[in-house]
Design a protein around this ligand. Sequence first.
Ligand code: 26W
Length: 812
Amino acid sequence: MFNSKEEFIQAFSEKLRTTIGKEVETATEQDAYRSLGALVKDHINKNWLQTNQQYEKEQPKQVYYFSMEFLIGRLLGNNLLNLQMLSIVREGLTDLGFSLADLEEVENDAGLGNGGLGRLAACFLDSLASVGLPGHGHGIRYRYGMFDQKLIDGYQVELPDPWLSEPYVWEVRRPEDAVEVRFGGYVDTGVTPEGQLTFEHKNYEQVRAVPYDVPVVGYQNETVHTLRLWSAEATQDDTLALAYKQSMSGNYLTHKRSLEETSDFLYPDDSHEEGKRLRLKQEYFLVSAGVQSVLRSFERMELPLSSFPEKIALHINDTHPVLVIPELMRALIDERGMSWEDAWEITQSSVSYTNHTTLREALETWPIGLVRELLPRLYMIIEEINERFCQSLWKQGPGDFDRIAQLAIIADGQVKMAHLAIVGSHSVNGVAKLHTEILKSREMKKFYDVFPKRFTNKTNGITHRRWLVHTNQPLADQITEAIGDHWITQPERLQDLLAKKDDSAFLDQLGKVKQQNKQQLAAFIKDVTDITVDTQSMFDVHIKRLHGYKRQLLNALHIMYLYHELKSNPSFEMTPRTFIFAAKAAPSYYFAKKVIKLITTIADVVNDDSDIQGLMKVVFLPNYSVSMAEKIIPGTDVSEQISTASKEASGTGNMKLMMNGALTLGTMDGANVEIHDLVGDDAIYTFGLSSEEVLHYAHHGGYSARKVYDSDARVRRTVDQLVHYSPFSKGSTEFQDLYDSLITYNDEYFVLKDFANYIATQQRIGYDYLQKRDWNMKSLINIAHSGKFASDLTIQQYASQIWNIQPVNIVR
Ligand code: 26W
């Protein structure tokens, strides 16, 4: 489109005139961002059309990735990178008096996800497009994404995230592809003269699902896929009908709102399954709209329905979209007259499922009454699936009532979504080796015994284009200078860096790049919090959702311990440290919010204390997001991955930090285990209970936090500071509940059990940090092995082992 800076400047100026009606001289950053977005979009559209046309013509098998969350973050920078426009645009804008970095900041972060699961979906879309594997996303266009976090007096306060308040430049509304989604009512069962059963859904309420398509741009390969985000709307007719039905009981606007609220907001909780009616409504809204849309594109191919699984794979990201299974059954049986057996065959061979958590409280179950009331026909289908499944279990083991009760999809008045997902799909995968082993040997053992071939592992991955090439250009440049740029399209090639392991000049340069990134991070911290941090100190970073099992409390207690030592023990030596936290707590998660208050309190005390200036700072950065992660990760020295072993399914922040040269301080949990396997004992700092030990305690008891407290003076001194008079408690009961969680309720997450080990490992890492050459070498080893975690590789495994899809080369 433009081959030189001059061409870009001309096109951009023209775009400003035609879209905004301004000249460069008078344009604001907002104007410039919008015009640039529109310009880039023009370019994308050509490839988008081409990709769609080629797929229509060649009819390759395609995957549709269903997810309630897509945490895509900002797109401008990444789209420019993938379109190979970055440098021309950057230079052209500079000539016009704009900075690309500033324009990137104008874009609202699309926070359509909670954390790991949503970000994984976004990385996967990027990789599918970049390796040319035909695949698209289906999600919800929440009017409000993840809440904005403010700190008031050190407490988290949630505000709505109005990310759509400015027009979103990347989306295209496609009303012509809108579909209807039906809720409530009842089912009329009948029989045709030929003796076939019929099911007619009556007296339902309907919502119009309107798709907004966001292009997903592949890396320099002309491929553009679609992230289809559904928005709930009421038509004039629906509104009228409702207003009439509920006869004058309220005004029509209220009815309209109640239909549209379906896609209003993202549930900001990824730890506890909420069981809310509106959440179930959202899940069905996504599923029904998505399945109808997929069936439409399939039917345009004019093939027999039986070939559906040869052309289409439907993937469900955790159980949230599991209603894809009964919904596809409904569409095939009720609307296309297919037999149960044929429909089941098609459904099962098309659907695959990823599990992202073994935490019991996060597993979805819905009360029977709710499902039956909201989705009467789907409930009938789920009952039938359950009935047939239980019968098959009976045949395998007649009389084994216990086993059948434990495996049933419907039991104890609840519909168990994970059971439905396993039974109704052909593939179940965990997200790291350890996680998959735990699924097979414990959480899903009984299912594994029934369907051993169905279970596989697909360790998570991250897109190195966003998380290294784009966000850490100085490091990317250094790598390219050393080993050429093949690693950008073949991330495993990062391993070539190992040849530089003993190259002093290279290691030195690596240290300089890190230092430069730390300076940038320090400036960001200053800007946001007004705290000045020492860039020579070790940057110790803990960024992720706030959860008991992620153990931000362990980190906080350790800081309290260090502070106490620094104040009271003149011979205590410590490498200067800056502790950086960022984390959102679910609004209803009381414990997590207390931990935030504790961290902000510690920060206030420590940062204000002139005695320890130059030794320690504590920073809590409010409103963690994808774009904030992009600023923190390049400047990190130490990556805190300290979950209670067995609880973190995989983690992906661990991979991003490693890729940017941070050393992991972590438990043998999730993908940390695989990082350890790759880099070896010397380039990672592991500590704490193993997952077997934790699971053993969980099942057989035998852990007493009180005993640890009684026997270890450091534990006692530190924990007591929560409730006794201390600089942190100041005599208040503010942290009494945290104390109780540890001592009275026996420390569910083994914080105290791992405390001594954590202190020792922190000490070791502090010492090692001072051995600069060795440290840089370890950093290099981490970067070199991080290519293993590129999502391009992960997605190729999904493609060949689960979806059976092949790459397509888009030619323009
Ligand atoms: C129903 C409420 C709810 C919502 C979301 C429960 C649980 C979730 C997710 C499954 C939580 C999640 O994001 N899990 C994370 O998934 C990442 C990607 O696989 C993993 O890297 C993390 O370890 C896992 O915690």
